[in-house]
Design a protein around this ligand. Structure first.
Ligand SMILES: Cc1cc2nc3c(=O)[nH]c(=O)nc-3n(C[C@H](O)[C@H](O)[C@H](O)COP(=O)(O)OP(=O)(O)OC[C@H]3O[C@@H](n4cnc5c(N)ncnc54)[C@H](O)[C@@H]3O)c2cc1C
Length: 470
């Protein structure tokens, strides 16, 4: 997916937009001639290769306000960049303006109120590092370079979500710059309609410049379980796990992963590359009581490996970083599931047999608990009744494999559809090409209310890039 836009001449009106931005921003403004342009337009997923007209790397909220003002005047396609991790690469647009928050890294922890406020360019690794100084955490991504922004605005499923909820459930407030250039605080007290929307469907309503989260006591050491079971017993283990996982105490948010053993020096070499069933869980509470709570995860068969034990929370949160390198090629899709029937398990295993690369995986997250207790009026995240989320994560390096890997993930997604709840999680929703067709699956019962809000806060569709893409 290449483009020849890098060599295209700069049009007069494009030059004016760049000049306008340079005149009023404190942060860097990068057009195609800028030495940092090529680096700045890259996102985590190497499949995406977009060439925006200009990247406005904002230094603070005032820069965002100016960038929105220029966008209102010039009417380019607009995209917003947080951590740049969305698989679809929607943080960066072709031939438009990127409002890039990646330099906005402010983080302030208030250990007395147990809150943290962080700007829109912060990643989960950066946030966890600060909150862990006080033995506090909020539900966050499992890869350190994932942005807090896109993750939270889409919901945010974490290893602690059955206990503490989704990332968006932990929001106290956000600061958001809407299309009219106003800086608004949305919370339970102010702009409650916006606050409802940003929790789970927050894209396309404005630029969220900062997030205030609740924090919970967790870490620095946590108890975690990680069992690697033989693949030959996968069907039996998956059937046992589907009964066990939703019935576990809420302090555990179990995950089952069909994967291949990574080449980790701490794992015996003879297991490297071998297909296996990974069963993992983190205990979101004080260490006493953890062993008893986590123990059932080790009773599903005879594990090949038991990697359970105490671990720094920061290590748990970064443990798969190396497996998902920046610039690799990825495709992710997902289904919400009310249950995991025998037929669904058979389908998963049938497709897993043709998994295209060892780094590709199928992850089944357990929901319920605190996630299920939030009512539809409280947040726009529509998938509260799903018991599981199945994400199909294809990863590969060679561009020649694009069609095979994407085709595998789409084929498995189609095969699983009859067994699924009908909901698709926006943060794992493909490459954007199918996003319009999936709008109902993504936003569910929140769709109509969201459309009204968008019409009210962004009547000209400044942030609705899909509708405005040439
Ligand atoms: C390796 C990996 C692991 C992941 N693990 C998990 C996981 O454990 N649980 C989970 O729930 N998800 C997970 N995800 C999915 C992740 O939540 C999404 O990719 C999310 O969009 C990443 O946020 P970001 O800020 O990095 O994304 P970006 O690509 O920067 O943005 C994503 C979207 O949000 C919009 N956006 C970004 N910032 C703002 C803002 N400040 N204001 C308004 N709109 C904005 C962008 O325009 C874009 O459309 C994972 C993804 C990857 C790649």
């Amino acid at each position: 997916m290449t483009s020849d836009m890098a060599t295209a001449p700069v049009a007069v009106n494009e030059r004016s937009m760049v000049d306008d931005l340079r005149a009023c921003l404190r942060g860097q403004v990068m057009d195609r001639s800028h030495p940092e342009y090529d680096r700045a337009r890259q996102v985590w997923n190497g499949v995406n290769d977009r060439h925006p007209t200009v990247i406005a790397r904002c230094a603070g909220t005032a820069d965002v306000v100016e960038a929105v003002r220029v966008a209102r005047q010039r009417q380019p396609v607009v995209s917003i960049r947080g951590g740049g991790h969305q698989v679809a690469g929607s943080a960066v647009c072709d031939n438009g303006l990127v409002i890039d928050l990646s330099a906005m890294k402010g983080i302030h922890v208030d250990p007395v109120r147990r809150t943290v406020r962080a700007q829109g360019g912060v990643t989960w690794g950066e946030l966890d590092r600060e909150t862990q100084l006080f033995g506090l955490a909020t539900p966050g991504g499992e890869v350190t370079t994932t942005g807090i922004a896109g993750f939270t605005l889409g919901g945010g499923m974490a290893l602690t979500s059955r206990k503490f909820g989704l990332a968006c459930d932990n929001l106290r407030s956000v600061e958001i710059v809407t299309a009219d250039g106003a800086v608004r605080t949305a919370s339970r007290e102010q702009h409650r309609d916006l606050f409802w929307a940003v929790r789970g469907a927050g894209r396309g309503l404005g630029v969220v410049t900062s997030f205030e989260f609740d924090l919970h006591p967790l870490g620095p050491q946590v108890a975690q379980a990680q069992y690697v079971y033989p693949y030959e017993e996968a069907e039996r283990i998956m059937r046992g796990w589907r009964e066990l996982a939703p019935a576990m105490p809420e302090s555990v948010t179990p995950q089952l992963i069909l994967w291949s053993v990574p080449e980790d020096p701490e794992i015996p070499a003879e297991l490297h590359g071998r297909k296996a069933v990974f069963v993992i869980g983190l205990f979101a509470g004080p260490a006493d009581g953890a062993d008893e709570a986590l123990a059932p995860l080790g009773t599903l068969g005879t594990p090949l490996l038991d990697l359970s034990g105490p671990m720094p929370y920061l290590d748990v949160q970064s443990s798969v970083d190396e497996v998902f390198p920046h610039g690799g090629r990825y495709y992710m899709k997902s289904h919400g599931m009310h249950d995991l029937s025998d037929e669904a398990i058979a389908s998963l295993l049938e497709w897993d047999a043709t998994r295209p690369t060892p780094e590709s995986l199928i992850a089944i997250r357990t929901l319920g608990g605190a996630v299920a207790r939030v009512g539809p009026e409280e947040s726009a995240f529509p998938h509260r009744s799903d018991v599981f989320n199945v994400s199909i994560d294809a990863g590969w390096q060679d561009p020649a494999m694009d069609d095979t890997a994407v085709g595998w993930a789409r084929g498995l997604w189609d095969a699983l559809r009859p067994h699924a709840s009908g909901g698709v999680y926006i943060n794992f929703s493909g490459l954007g090409d199918e996003a319009d067709g999936l709008r109902h699956a993504v936003f569910g019962s929140s769709q109509a209310r969201l459309a009204d809000l968008r019409a009210s806060y962004d009547p000209d569709g400044l942030f609705d890039t899909a509708a405005r893409r040439p």
